[in-house]
Design a protein around this ligand. Structure first.
Ligand SMILES: NC(=O)c1ccc[n+]([C@@H]2O[C@H](COP(=O)([O-])OP(=O)(O)OC[C@H]3O[C@@H](n4cnc5c(N)ncnc54)[C@H](OP(=O)(O)O)[C@@H]3O)[C@@H](O)[C@H]2O)c1
Length: 326
């Protein structure tokens, strides 16, 4: 008999079935993403995740210019009975803040993913100082039409959530959260908890840092997104690197990969429903699925939190991890 997962299944919005609280991320890093060469590997990652019960697939119309959604469409078309087990989440990052524009984006996502309903659709990014309510109205129309089941926001402040909350119901908030990046604990996460909004985390492995593979002197290729991520800024990185060495020591003592501890730490944080992690191939997808198995003693989490508490004051407050504030 297969070993049961050590974590509870989760449920987001109006979705009827519970699913594992880990999601497969649909975007990958690097200047060469989506050249086409990696399609077989990415499909292999989807397949491996699905076979391990990781049925929440997170994507966006913008990932690879729609290519990520198309890959999911290919994955479903290869065996249509898969669709019923999947929890499909996608997002649109709109410049034209109208209901029509959101409805058009949803139609595009439905077509690319070869499905007639999307389980969760997010407003990917807010627009600073702009009224996002018309976009929310578009999502509510799509919900009434049965084209989406639940509504999410991503990278929103409390004020922005309050604004769209006037015209619709937010079921989930996808936000950056990890052992190094806890700014959302200040007000966004308490707001979500108070309003029964499920929290879905991205940057869960801090862009690979918590997978333990970034060297002391990182040298990302030109065009790699990580060049603009705050944690790698030259005045901050030494503290992050030192803390990560301490995390690695805790992981070695616990005899678990650090990525497993990072995922499980998030799943114990208040309000967190799902942790999104991307994988480039079946091997990474399987390694991440393994995180959901086996007991991890409470004192391991206490040690992780202590190191995280000590390094976080060295990480400046900023609204986003990226130099991106549309
Ligand atoms: N809502 C938003 O605004 C937003 C923003 C960003 C991401 N996301 C979502 O979150 C997902 C995750 O992306 P992220 O940016 O947050 O990245 P992340 O999960 O913090 O880091 C992912 C990276 O970690 C490494 N990794 C993953 N599994 C590994 C394993 N088992 N062993 C070794 N290394 C492993 C891979 O690095 P290598 O590439 O070096 O192999 C991978 O690219 C995305 O796919 C997307 O779905 C959402």
């Amino acid at each position: 008999m297969a070993e049961p997962m050590a974590v509870n299944p989760t449920q987001i919005g109006a979705h009827q079935r519970k699913h594992a609280p880990l999601a497969m991320g649909g975007s990958t890093f690097g200047p060469n993403q989506y050249t086409g060469d990696e399609d077989a590997n990415l499909l292999g990652a989807l397949e491996a995740a699905y076979e391990r019960g990781i049925t929440h697939f997170d994507t966006a119309e913008g990932y690879g210019g729609g290519h990520s959604e198309r890959l999911i469409g290919r994955f479903i078309a290869a065996s249509p009975s898969r669709r019923n087990r999947l929890f499909l989440a996608s997002k649109a990052n709109l410049d034209d803040l109208t209901p029509q524009s959101m409805l058009k984006a949803i139609e595009g996502s439905l077509a690319r993913m070869q499905t007639d309903v999307i389980d969760l659709y997010y407003i990917h990014w807010p627009r600073t100082g702009k009224d996002m309510r018309p976009v929310m109205e578009g999502l509510e129309v799509a919900r009434q039409q049965g084209k989406i089941r639940s509504v999410g926001v991503s990278n929103f402040s409390v004020e922005q959530m309050e604004q769209v909350g006037e015209v619709g119901r937010i079921d989930a908030h996808q936000l950056a959260y990890n052992l190094f990046w806890r700014v959302n604990e200040r007000d966004v996460i308490p707001y979500c908890n108070a309003h029964y909004i499920s929290i879905v985390t991205y940057a869960s492995l801090a862009h690979g840092i918590l997978a333990g593979r970034i060297p002391q002197q990182p040298d990302f290729p030109k065009g790699d997104q990580r060049n603009s991520i705050l944690l790698f800024r030259e005045d901050i990185w030494p503290q992050v690197y030192a803390a990560n060495e301490a995390f690695k020591a805790i992981a070695a003592k616990a005899d678990r990969p650090l990525a497993h501890l990072a995922i499980r730490w998030l799943l114990r944080r208040s309000g967190v429903s799902s942790v999104v992690v991307s994988a480039r191939n079946a091997q990474q997808a399987n390694a991440n699925a393994d995180a959901l198995y086996g007991d991890i003693p409470d004192d391991v989490f206490a040690e992780l939190t202590a190191v995280s508490d000590a390094v976080n004051p060295h990480i400046p407050f900023a609204d986003t991890l990226y130099n991106y504030n549309p």
